[in-house]
Design a protein around this ligand. Sequence first.
Ligand code: 1CP
Length: 343
Amino acid sequence: MKRLLQALSGEPVWPPPIWLMRQAGRYLPEYRNLRAETPDFVSFCLDPSRAADATLQPIRRFGMDGAILFSDILILPWALGRDLKFTEGHGPSLPPLKAVDEVRALDSAGFLTRVEPVLETIGLIRAELARKHPTTALIGFVGAPFTVACYMIEGGGSKEFAATRRMAAGQPEDFDRLIEVLTTTSITYLLAQIAAGAEAVMLFDSWAGLLPPSAFRRHVIGPTARIAAAIKQLHPGVPVIGFPRLAGTMVAAYGADAGVDAMGMDTASDPAVIDTLVPDGLALQGNLDPFALMQGGEVMERETRAILAAMRHRPFVFNLGHGVMPPTSPAHVAALVDLVRGG
Ligand code: 1CP
């Protein structure tokens, strides 16, 4: 079995497998060249041969144990009929979703047709992995319902996601309905990704840490558990990774109740403490500071060794605590892979 899949399934594998969030992206010159051919980011994500190429670029360079599908968490709202634009230096924008009528109008019947290019991308990636990188596993993903709801309600990125939290607190039925649509369509989408060739799946819950404990259980743990159970029912061998970013002490409840096989640790988490908060069989993934990677050299080495020492005894996948930053030198990524593989 591929080493990444072994570790995610709860088997200690050492040295640990490694891949990095945002391992495809602007820090790679070959990505910038490819990206320049398709200025519109949504079109780029929906171009199977270019999206497959972007996915494979870091694998060709560094031989990572995991390839993550090149796409975006906002492709799902786009496929549900919300207009989506990415502007250079500004990030995503969508029309802010305000009322329950707009939730009812989401096209959960038609969305699967619109993501067909993504499924085709997955097929292309698997074919090239089989030919040239047979030990690398392909990870599919969605944004977890709460995080996707944040972008849909706010209409883009935000520091506070105030409109979202206001709707969750003040219009709980509307909010539940949106989370419900996102939960059921995420299940359909992930099952389609697995059928197309994804070997593990990840749920990015980047803004989970904004919620108080009661809402965290309702909008983060609940939907994640439903998605994980639906996948387990049909594909018990496909590992599910959850990433409840900035969840603080709520990782204990998440680790116990979200039904995931593996949990991503964010940059602020102390791996030795997380280790004591979650069940022994749960694989952990993370969590080098992206800025330590950017710095490289001794800083990167010291931080990396501390994480390895804390995780030596459990199923573990080396990663960052959040995505690779654009100014990062690719040489630092190569050095990190060597360091981790040296055990
Ligand atoms: O022009 C570009 O190249 C745009 C930069 C970019 C990239 C490379 C965006 C816009 N998305 C992506 C790809 C992407 N996004 C991947 C693919 C594979 C990989 O990791 O290598 C994945 C898994 C994502 C997931 C994603 N998109 C998340 C969850 C993880 C996280 O970073 O917290 C989120 C929140 C997004 C939204 C998004 N997409 C892009 C941007 C700049 C943002 C953040 C917007 C914001 O909150 O301000």
